[in-house]
Design a protein around this ligand. Structure first.
Ligand code: DX5
Ligand code: ZN
Length: 219
């Protein structure tokens, strides 16, 4: 399906050559660049911060899809916006005022995404969905690449697809974790339009990125 967007997670890239890796996935036909930001507190891993996002920005003109797994989150929004994030997504558990966080992201001129962990129920969407540009369903527990897709999240994707369609708005439904050529079609059938993929994009090295991305689109 041509409307499916593929957002490689650079968490699975070679961190010693990140700029080249971003160029390589851009040239291989990715739609967005997914950047996983972890603080060693909200999730049990530490990755990168706004300085690295800024350094990577000249290496691709594709949207930077920045997934913040940090708590508290509000104090870093401006830094990530200034560094070149286009979409900024956060977890509702990362701060006491998720609605304020959405407002702040939008006031910075960026698109706002809300991320739902595997055990997070949908009621957090009740008073937020109309203000979101993107909903990101975690199909693994956040913190690491290379984990297995949690099947129960397919029902969640289906339920969110119905809620998005009921708004009549252009809200993206993205899935993150354990996406490969077997789970991608399941997530798409459930209603996802954007797939994050780390392991499945970067496996085999740069010569394979284009074929890996095509396979995730179902081509
Ligand atoms: C997990 C991250 C994911 C992860 C996906 O916390 O949010 O983006 O890197 O990796 P794979 O595709 O390998 O499951
Ligand atoms: Zn992610």
């Amino acid at each position: 399906s041509g409307s499916i967007r593929i957002a490689p997670s650079i968490l699975s890239a070679d961190f010693a050559r990140l700029g080249e890796e971003v160029r390589a996935i851009d040239e291989a036909g990715c739609d967005w660049v997914h950047v996983d930001v972890m603080d060693g507190h909200f999730v049990p891993n530490i990755t990168i911060g706004p300085g690295v996002v800024k350094a990577l920005r000249p290496h691709s003109e594709k949207p930077f899809d920045v997934h913040l797994m940090i708590s508290p989150v509000d104090q870093f929004l401006e830094d990530f916006a200034a560094a070149g994030a286009d979409i900024i997504s956060f977890h509702p558990e990362a701060g006491p005022h998720p609605h304020r966080t959405v407002q702040t992201i939008r006031s910075l001129g960026k698109q706002a995404g809300l991320v739902l962990n595997p055990a997070t129920p949908l009621d957090v969407l009740d008073y937020l969905i109309d203000d979101l540009d993107l909903i990101l369903v975690m199909s693994v527990n956040p913190g690491f690449g290379g984990q297995s897709f949690i099947d129960s999240q397919l029902r969640k994707i289906e339920a969110i697809r119905k809620r998005i369609d009921a708004t009549g708005k252009d809200i993206r439904l993205e899935v993150d974790g354990g996406i490969d050529r077997n789970t991608a079609p399941q997530a798409i059938a459930a209603g996802a339009d954007t797939l994050v993929a780390g392991t499945a994009t970067f496996k085999g090295g740069p010569d394979h990125y284009a074929a890996n991305i095509s396979a995730l689109r179902g081509e």
